[in-house]
Design a protein around this ligand. Sequence first.
Ligand code: ATP
Ligand code: MG
Length: 581
Amino acid sequence: MTEEMLRKVKGAAGRANMPDYAAACAQFSWDQERAALAGLPGGGLNIAQEALDAQIARGRGDRIALRWIGRDGQRRNFSYDSLARSANRFANVLGLLGVKRGETVYSLLGREPELYFAALGTLKAGSVFCPMFAAFGPEPIQARMEIGSAKVLVTSAALYRRKVKPIRDRLPDLEHVLLIDGEAEGCAALAPMMEAASEEFATTRTRPEDPSLLHFTSGTTGLPKGARHVHEAVVAHRVTARLALDLRPEDIYWCTADPGWVTGTSYGIIAPLVIGSTMIVDEAEFDPDRWYGILADEGVTVWYTAPTAIRMLMRAGADLIGGRKFPKLRFMASVGEPLNPEAVLWGHEVFGMPFHDNWWQTETGGIMIANYAAMDVKPGSMGKPLPGIEAGIVEVTDAGVRELTKPQAIGELALRPGWPSMMRTYLHEEARYKKCFRDGWYLSGDLAMRDKDGYYWFVGRADDVIKSAGHLIGPFEVESALIEHDAVAEVGVIGIPDETAGEIVKAYVTLHKGYEPDEELERVLLGHARKRLGPAVAPKEIVFRQNLPKTRSGKIMRRLLKARELGLPEGDISTLESDEK
Ligand code: ATP
Ligand code: MG
């Protein structure tokens, strides 16, 4: 990143009415944030009550909570009042079915309004909600429902027939399947039950430590883990949305993540409602033209998306924007994978502001490290620990965990436990859960470094880092250098064994429209990488592909590229999505 590029995005982020980073950290207190929530009348805390009833009590009942855009372009608006009524009806349906506090309700749905009713109604009822991504096949569905002892499943007739029916007799805990449409044997129709149910419901008096959500990790590094969260997580959802997304009650907010992943729940259901803003939900899949249309037509003010989507927009070409303008857009953020500096600058060119990268995990339940909204963005950096979060770069050896305080030192990214949205367990995997904690740290499994200004830079997942001729090479650095070349749309980099160097770097590349994958281009790209990175770090080989293997949450599965390269078993690929050669 050149100085000139840095200057371009500098200052684009400074927000009015927000203290600077140091002041925000100094002022911050979790207790104060806890006290700022409404709480349940008579004591207790419940996420859905904060998201709905507390907003209505503040006079936001008529405000649009959810604006749903159907695949065919149809719009449906749900006010806070109406969303609360539907959630109440769903909670009453669960009561009629005899579903108890603490039992798990699953959904297997596209981004339909019923998914949001079910999520909020389940939380109100004091049961635990577990959303599954609709594109999962029967095996991953079974694995997830088994782990959480699913008692209820909300789905559609088509999804049921294709994906659940074949495994139903293997799920003894599953008592009720509720269909949002159609009919199937052994299932009940949700709509008439909702209609018959009362729209009044006294939210179950859950305590802050009661379980609320079960979320499975993306499966990027192996078998997905079921991280269980509690109601108190809402304290973190609310404050991190303010600090990392600059989200305010008057915002039209669009989180593009599916609720099947933690981002789509923490920041695609809970945070916007708890802030009191209007959230956009698009039923359809990614489509560049449609997305530009939504940003412009809906007057989106805050947009939270992912690197894979940003890179696909870049690949589709800015001419798709046509005459559309985005005068209302005020803040853009990204999560899920490292965001290449190139993408941050592209955001600046196209929308007049940088993307704000932030880092967190299913386990952390909320944003931990971010380009805080009133802080300069350093393209390629994930930012700094949010106020209230203590992070460190550590070295883990048999002797224990040692913090590396020297700027630029590479080590494991670790956090001091204690923030409200931290997972409370990996369900049925207590040993694996315990292994994440040592000497007063939560160990993330990611490698990072901190610069002299306190900004954190992602290096790679511990499993993906490449050791070549004495160098520690992070795939992200190599990928970002290649992506700077005009021809390159996306890159996945792995290390392959080499007798002399230990490992050498190999890159899998997809190209922008109009470029031919030939030897000449490979030579050009290898030369470009050598110039940018030096011969020790640059890839030795480039393979062109139509697509990279990715998880359904949009993460490049480097371990799969590597397993294939080495002829090893592919491991768990239940979350694999695109994978054309
Ligand atoms: P699994 O744990 O099953 O292997 P996963 O780690 O991909 O899957 P998630 O919890 O969805 O599951 O993703 C969290 C991980 O995503 C982080 O540990 C990190 O590796 C990556 N990540 C998220 N945000 C960023 C970011 N801004 N920059 C770099 N990496 C990120
Ligand atoms: Mg993980």
